[in-house]
Design a protein around this ligand. Structure first.
Ligand code: TAP
Length: 471
């Protein structure tokens, strides 16, 4: 049993102002795996005051001082990687290989990238007689979800530290452990008191207290569209910057010259990774009508070969994060059946032999782009295959969505892939695969308004000042 009952405020582990705890449930067993404290507005006020006080000095540190601290954080992170991986497996159900692998790797990858960017980042430049100076925005509230818990914190906290900001992190109640260990890492690295503060608790209470707080300068939020909108409304009266990284319903276009069986199989198994709980998942698979039969065969085989099971064991997919998420996904599968989509793999209920734990069958439908299952973010292992007539039609379907987070194109003709990629109205386009920590990550349309990762993540945490008559 884990017990994380203290918050990290002003460089110390402190009790909440009023004791209140909540159980954390292991989604693989439905059993209690530990307890956390839940904060209230008095805890928020303490954390914001600490961050405000620390901003005076942290914002004035040199690039060299911040690099030294970030390098110390990396050393401590690398010492705790296996603890972080275990925590992620236990809190949100990622298979051990994934939690210890990609989840943990994303944290250190972002940190190394931030260090690399900070070495050369231009905080000042001369433009004619004007000096442009980029300064830290101030006290930032970082509100994060449970789906890639360390990644989501890393893309906010590390660039914020590098930019000279101070912060209060509020992770999701469903994934509190990895955040606590990260706070231990930050403490062990010697980050000065008040620069990084951690509170646990409900979004509707402490998330709202942070969003409305007059002494918080910026909110960086990743999660659902509805909460993103609420935060923006709550933040409006104090004119805070609000950066939103929201959901997606991203198209994966397989072009007609592609190795269809291979690409469809890869797209299907990738989409099922992390139990489909990835905002940038290619959850609409667009294939040429003329090759639909082959696509169905490849998608069915790929979905049926995804091994679902206990995250501690050797499986490709664990449970989804919670009972609530399980129920939402089941409702969407039912909706797909009701609206006449053709089920080609998976379906309602748990996979055979898995009676406890929030396990979902890797599910594939063939449907049309007007169906609810093709329009709303399901956030589970549910893929919709959609046929297209020609490239124009594929691009039209790809862009016929409220979202614009990601898109994927695969095909043999590289120039054609590039041309199609350019036409997708989304912020992150994979052309025959590819991964880059320096690429900007963020959405068009209702997928958000910010850009994280690499150098782009720095800009979120900076104000731009013009000193006229400088030169
Ligand atoms: P959200 O409700 O959006 O939660 C994300 C974070 O926001 C959590 O830390 C949450 O706190 C906090 N929060 C909730 N209400 C808040 C408020 N009024 N003010 C400030 N912060 C608030 O996501 P969820 O419930 O975990 O998942 C619901 C759906 O959101 C999913 O089905 C999925 O579609 C989508 N989702 C998208 C993403 C990405 S990366 N785009 C990630 C997760 C979920 P709590 O600890 O109280 O939850």
């Amino acid at each position: 049993m884990r017990e994380y009952l203290k918050f990290y405020i002003d460089g110390k582990w402190v009790d909440p102002v009023e004791p209140k705890t909540a159980d954390v449930i292991n989604p693989a067993t439905e059993e209690v795996s530990g307890r956390i404290s839940l904060g209230n507005t008095a805890d928020v006020n303490k954390a914001v005051a600490a961050a405000r006080k620390a901003f005076k000095t942290w914002s004035q540190t040199t690039r060299g001082q911040r690099l030294e601290i970030l390098e110390a954080v990396l050393v401590q992170y690398e010492k705790r990687q296996s603890d972080i991986g275990d925590a992620i497996m236990e809190e949100m159900g990622a298979p051990s290989s994934l939690a210890q692998g990609f989840h943990v790797f994303l944290g250190s990858g972002h940190l190394k990238t931030v260090i690399e960017v900070l070495r050369d980042f231009k905080f000042e430049e001369q433009r004619g007689a004007t000096r442009i100076v980029k300064e830290p925005i101030g006290v930032c509230a970082l509100i994060t979800p449970w789906n890639w818990p360390i990644n989501q914190i890393a893309v906010k906290a590390f660039p914020a530290l590098a930019a000279g900001c101070t912060m209060i992190l509020k992770p999701a109640q469903l994934s509190p452990y990895s955040a606590q260990i990260l706070a231990e890492v930050i403490d062990a690295a010697g980050v000065p008191p008040g620069v990084f503060n951690l509170l646990q608790g409900s979004g509707s209470l402490i998330g709202t207290a942070l969003s409305t707080h007059p002494d918080v300068d910026m909110i960086s939020f990743t999660g659902s569209e509805s909460v993103g909108v609420e935060i923006a409304k709550n933040a409006a009266p104090t004119v805070k910057r609000v950066c939103q990284e929201l959901g997606g319903k991203s198209p994966f276009i397989v072009l007609d010259d592609a190795n269809l069986a291979k690409n469809v199989a890869e797209a299907t198994s990738t989409m099922m990774g992390n139990s489909g709980q990835t905002c940038s998942a290619g959850s609409r698979l667009l294939v040429p009508n003329a090759r639909m039969d082959d696509a169905v065969k490849a998608a069915r085989e790929a979905a049926e070969s995804v091994t679902v099971g206990d995250p501690k064991g050797n499986c490709a997919m664990g449970p989804v994060v919670s009972k609530g998420q399980y129920n939402i996904i089941q409702q969407y599968i039912q909706k797909g059946l009701d609206e006449g989509a053709t089920l080609i793999a998976g379906g309602l209920g748990r996979p055979a032999g898995l009676d406890r734990g929030w396990y979902v069958k890797p599910t594939v439908f063939v449907g049309t782009n007007d169906m609810v299952i093709a329009r709303e973010e399901i956030f589970g292992p549910v893929l919709v295959v959609i046929g297209y007539k020609d490239i124009e039609h594929a691009v039209e379907i790809a862009n016929d969505t409220d979202f614009g987070l990601a898109g994927y194109v695969s095909g043999a003709d590289v120039e054609q892939c590039r041309a199609v990629g350019r036409r997708i109205r989304a912020g992150w386009i994979g052309l025959n695969g590819g991964f880059d920590f320096h690429a900007a990550f963020g959405g068009y349309k209702r997928s958000g308004n910010g850009r994280e990762w690499g150098e782009f993540g720095f800009h979120e945490y900076l104000e731009v000042k013009s000193l006229l008559g400088y030169g």
